[in-house]
Design a protein around this ligand. Structure first.
Ligand code: DAH
Length: 362
């Protein structure tokens, strides 16, 4: 074999060595495999590179000069590949899982959230465990009640109106014919924010707001919170809800009022409900009545649900309606009371404690 042939052969084998060594180091999936590859390719005694080096040394000077640079290049490349493989395996071990190069690929067909899950450590994610169930909430019983009241009165032709919870004295008192000396205006019985504004104590305020911006006929309900500084007990709370109704047109009478309230009561509480009016007084109605309901057919207790009456002429004057031309009825009922009756709830405070054991029953 000529000298040139020997050099060519050595260079070819050097390349073969390089390719095989790089591949082995890259593939090594654990420390033992890597060590075996190291011994085979870079071993000091009988490693492949050692053998190539011996042949290199046997070359005459000219051949050494030709092959030298390539030898150096291959040596550093292969050593570098070994170091890299070593670092990779150490890192994988520190993370307590299988190394990247050995990543199992069990997830080909499994998709999660639209993307294939290709986490290196297959055992970290058990796809067979059932997902966490998202628990559905329920509407608050008062929300149910309010929605139902809106539906029932909607069928009776009443529109839903709204007004602010922070009110002025005009809408909460004066326009409703409640004079300054009236006990209902006592600052101790109201939540005044400043001398002229308070948290509304009744939804009758919305009657005024609607009539101020609209001509008859008016047929509205308003449902919302009202505030009174009551001591809390099973039937009193300093914030509660009222449903207000107002119907103004020509020739409206007390008979219409009673019919509407009876129809409402029977729709909400059942056909056995009876309704009764007791004479009463409210500054904004004349005549005025208390509305009681009973659905114990054998003549059990009557429960007071609120007040009602024919709109007082002074209220019409306050909003610019002619009391000679129009008449109307109005009513105001407690929403909590209706809801409590319907569901057999005995303590108003349950509505506001946010106890899920109570709330999730509805
Ligand atoms: N606003 C009254 C209250 O809070 C309830 C009421 C009585 C409303 C008679 C009315 C009504 O509209 O006509 O006690």
């Amino acid at each position: 074999m000529s000298e040139g042939d020997a050099v060519d052969k050595l260079l070819a084998e050097l390349s073969e060595f390089e390719r095989a060594a790089l591949e082995a180091f890259e593939r090594a999936s654990d420390a033992a495999t890597l060590e075996a590859a190291r011994v085979r390719f870079l071993g000091q005694r009988r490693g492949w590179f050692k053998q190539l080096e011996q042949r290199f040394r046997a070359l005459p000077r000219e051949g050494k000069r030709t092959c030298g640079p390539r030898f150096n290049e291959v040596r550093s490349r292969v050593r570098e590949a070994f170091s890299k493989a070593q670092a990779r395996l150490e890192q994988g071990a520190a993370q307590g899982g299988q190394p990247e190069a050995a990543a199992v690929q069990p997830t080909g067909g499994l998709r999660f959230g639209g993307a294939a899950v290709t986490a290196g450590r297959a055992e970290a994610f058990d796809f067979t465990v059932p997902g966490k169930r998202v628990r559905r909430g329920t509407l608050h019983p008062l929300t149910h009640t309010i929605e139902e009241l809106i539906r029932i009165f909607g069928r009776l032709g009443f529109e839903l109106a709204d007004g602010p919870e922070v009110e002025d004295e005009w809408h909460n008192f004066e326009a409703l014919n409640i004079p300054p000396e009236h006990p209902a205006r006592d600052p101790n019985d109201n939540f005044y924010l400043d001398p002229r504004r308070l948290l509304r104590s009744q939804t009758s305020t919305v009657q005024i707001r609607v009539m101020e911006r609209q001509r008859p006929p008016v047929r509205i309900i308003a449902i919302g919170r009202v505030y009174r500084p009551d001591v809390h007990d099973a039937t009193h709370f300093s914030m509660f809800h009222q449903i207000e109704g107002l119907y103004v047109d020509r020739h409206v009478t007390l008979a219409h009022l009673k019919t509407v309230l009876r129809q409402f009561a029977q729709a909400y509480l059942g056909p056995d409900v009876q309704i009764r009016f007791r004479p009463s007084f409210f500054p904004f109605t004349e005549p005025s009545v208390e509305v009681d309901m009973s659905w114990d057919v054998r003549g059990g207790q009557w429960v007071e649900l609120g007040g009602a009456g024919m709109v007082d002429p002074n209220v019409f004057r306050a909003v610019g309606y002619d009391p000679e031309e129009y008449t109307g009825f109005a009513f105001g009922l407690g929403v909590e009371r209706l809801c409590m009756r319907r569901h057999g709830i005995h303590d108003i405070r349950l509505f506001y404690e946010n106890d899920v054991r109570f709330l999730k029953q509805f």
